[in-house]
Design a binder for this molecule. Structure first.
Ligand code: UT7
Length: 328
């Protein structure tokens, strides 16, 4: 078997809807306060897609940024992966709609369903195709319009989420090389975070709509505990597999669900909070888009410089988790 090719990042891009929803705006929608939201989560505001703006729109805009940065055309793409828990519709895959919007007719396209860990799952799947020489250019996108699946009458969830998209274009290069990866899942926790209706288990019906079963439900406290444990372990796994020490990590880019989760994770991983890139205050939890948007901003802001080791780590419904070390 030929030895695997190095796989790195040729281009990054992200896109956020322009509408900002602040905690003060939320005070007018549900019984909550800016103080509660900021102290319990670290979130001050989030972006909300415009009427008619869908996941594939945000994904295609992010993809165009990654293509431009890589100096490639849509027709250079071999595979498009869209990680999302808010697809435009249950079928077909949002990746196929993105393919059409980009004009990439020769590419294969499919979605990745791993909720907030979806971008890292997509990155690992895409990496295999490039490493094996099967495909040269794989576009991995994390994109969400969570504002359409959150229950705007449920204060325990609606304050947490936001909309956005980020993309990374993978190719056979040592530039931005993905040195190590780690994925995990635990289906015993499948009930802790879910959108119960709209699938085969509970098809759409008048009753399911009345029961608000098409909206996201979460046992926040349980998810919190699992998130801290799994993400801290995932940090160690990726660092060990990369053959580096925690102190060599220049920047940690975690899934941005809650500042308290992030603080607990890096403390367990033995990495100071000063090395963590944070945007949870500005965007809230964008599920599959969170980690990649944060990575794009960390690179843009010079928090990840050439030659630096960056650690990406995520956790989400499933339960699922993932991590990777990138040498930028
Ligand atoms: O993306 C991966 C998946 N998601 C996550 O990682 C999220 C994980 N979970 C969390 O981040 C936290 O559990 C939450 C932020 C969701 C909740 O924070 P918490 O500290 O676990 O609060 P809690 O759920 O225990 O609620 C504490 C109190 C409750 O009132 P009582 O029962 O003590 O009287 C809630 O009813 O806070 C109340 N509460 C609120 N109060 C004001 C819940 N939501 C709100 C709200 N505003 N928005």
């Amino acid at each position: 078997m030929p030895s695997p090719l190095p796989v790195g990042i040729l281009g990054l891009g992200y896109h956020l809807p322009s509408k900002v929803l602040t905690n003060l705006d939320l005070e007018k929608i549900v019984e909550t306060t800016d103080e509660w939201i900021r102290s319990r989560t670290g979130i001050s505001q989030r972006r909300i897609a415009a009427d008619g703006e869908v996941t594939s729109d945000l994904a295609a805009a992010a993809a165009k940024g990654a293509l431009a940065q890589a100096g490639l055309k849509p027709t250079d793409l071999d595979l498009i992966l869209v990680a999302t828990m808010t697809p435009d519709m249950p079928c077909p895959a949002t990746a196929c709609i993105v393919q059409e919007k980009l004009g990439a007719p020769q590419a294969a396209a499919t979605d990745v369903a791993a909720a907030c860990s979806g971008f890292l799952y997509g990155l690992v799947i895409g990496k295999q195709f490039v490493a094996s020489g099967t495909y040269r250019h794989v576009l991995v996108i994390g994109a969400e319009v969570l504002s359409r699946v959150v229950d705007w009458t449920d204060r325990s969830t609606c304050v947490l989420f936001g909309d956005g998209a980020g993309a990374a274009l993978l190719g056979p290069t040592t530039q931005g090389e993905i040195l190590s990866t780690h994925l995990g899942s635990d289906g015993r926790g499948a009930g802790l975070l879910k959108v119960p209706a709209g699938g085969a288990a509970q098809p759409a019906s008048e009753e399911s709509v009345r029961a608000r079963a098409h909206y996201l439900k979460m046992n926040g406290t349980e998810v919190f505990k699992h998130a801290v444990r799994a993400m801290a372990d995932a940090c160690h796994q990726a660092i060990d597999k990369a053959g580096i020490r925690p102190e060599q990590v220049a920047c940690v880019v975690p899934h941005q669900a809650n500042i308290r989760i992030i603080e607990a994770v890096v403390e367990r991983a033995g990495i100071p909070l000063s090395k963590v890139y944070l945007n949870v205050d500005r965007y809230g939890n964008m599920s599959a888009a969170s980690t990649i948007v944060a990575f794009c901003e960390a690179v843009r802001d010079g928090r990840v410089k050439k030659g630096d080791y960056a650690l990406l780590v995520a956790f989400g419904a499933g339960l699922t988790w993932g991590s990777c070390v990138i040498r930028w």
